[in-house]
Ligand binder design. Structure first.
Ligand SMILES: [Zn+2]
Length: 88
């Protein structure tokens, strides 16, 4: 019983293992961020600030909350933020 199976032996396999691993790491990272956002959303529900934009204080539309329950910005502030990010 001498296993010679080595994932590093075949470069193609290794590349796909690498990308699987990167994919899983990205997934985990995204999930961790999402879990953090959910915790924050629950805290905001508890302190009564849920559903208000944290930037301008305006109510976030119910449709937007349904689509993105963890959002902290109204659509206007969100698009301004995205615009700033795009410009760097
Ligand atoms: Zn706002």
């Amino acid at each position: 019983m001498n296993s010679t199976e080595d994932p590093a032996a075949d470069p193609t396999d290794r590349a796909s293992l690498e990308s699987d691993r990167n994919f899983l790491l990205r997934m985990r990272d995204r999930e961790r961020k999402l879990l953090g956002k959910i915790d924050e959303a629950v805290a905001r529900i508890e302190d009564g600030s849920y559903g208000r934009c944290e930037e301008c204080g305006a109510p976030i539309g119910i449709e937007r909350l349904k689509a993105r329950p963890v959002t902290t910005l109204c659509i206007q502030c969100k698009s301004e933020q995205e615009e700033r990010e795009r410009r760097g």
